[in-house]
Design a protein. Sequence first.
Length: 365
Amino acid sequence: MTNYLGTPDYAHGTPARTGVLLVNLGTPDEPTTSAVRRYLAEFLWDPRVIEQPRALWWLILHGIILRTRPAKSAHAYQKVWTPAGSPLLVESRALTDGLAAKLRDRFGDRVRVELAMSYGNPSITNALERLRAANVQRLLLLPMYPQYSSTTTASIFERVTTELGRWRWIPELRMVNQYWEDEAYIAAVADSIEAHWQTQGRKHLLFSFHSIPKRYFLAGDPYHCFCQGTARAVAERLGLAAGEWSIGFQSRFGREEWLRPYVDLLLHEYAHAGPKQVTVVCPGFAADCLETIEEINMQNREAFLSHGGEAFDYVPCLNSSPAHVALYERIVLTHARGWPEIEGRDDSAALPKSRERALALGATN
């Protein structure tokens, strides 16, 4: 017998709420080998991330990768860890808090905002449980990925709906599929680059996006097209000519071909043949993390400058900036349109009568 999560203590007449669930990738709980191993075991076992026969991949993951990679990754995490914790979690929480404050100013207690990570903590299960306890009957799912991919946004959808499938009373659900061409997003990224250039000077602009295996793209994943679209839109807003910007893909692993050109090889080429002064921005990441801080602004910076590059600038992610908070507020208002908590319809006067009717029909609460 299936034991669905119910609400036995539900009181008729309790005000309904709209919930907003922000979901980012995840991070280990601490920069140690054991914590990184737990995190990677969950992350790399996701079939949306690694599309390989399960039995074969289990042997590779547990027989090779989880025996060697955690110690190396833990060392990298130690380089970027802050007194407050993982940069990705710190900035994601600050962004969530900023959005919650904006929505609270607009809607009072009618809208609740929670943060979850696909892998690690805070978990999707726990975040959804907090929303369920708050009587959220309408839920907006906001994956923190501007460019949709099966490896990220689709994975979040599956994890959230799997968890909701355990509930007896499932809320109305909407999901933000992507926002790679949202005018406010493009403006926020472009403005952050322009502000950086005002102090550091203009250089060749390199857009760096997380890569995915090429076969995912050939199978129909639109991620590559969305990355190209974002880069073009930002470059156009900045008034850049064709030769003043380029695009590359980072963070590949394994032996198969991923989306090209590879950022590390591109920067190696630039260091030798030019352009020898570059500004790198990573607009596919909502918050700075291991891949942007350690991989791009440490590893690739050092490699570029040591092989003949003259100047390397990195533009931070939007993180918890006011522009990012405003963007997410705009997204929520757009996608939650029509819901009573968003439209300002006050049903509180009808709640006592609703409760009276329920009690008359035999309800105990």
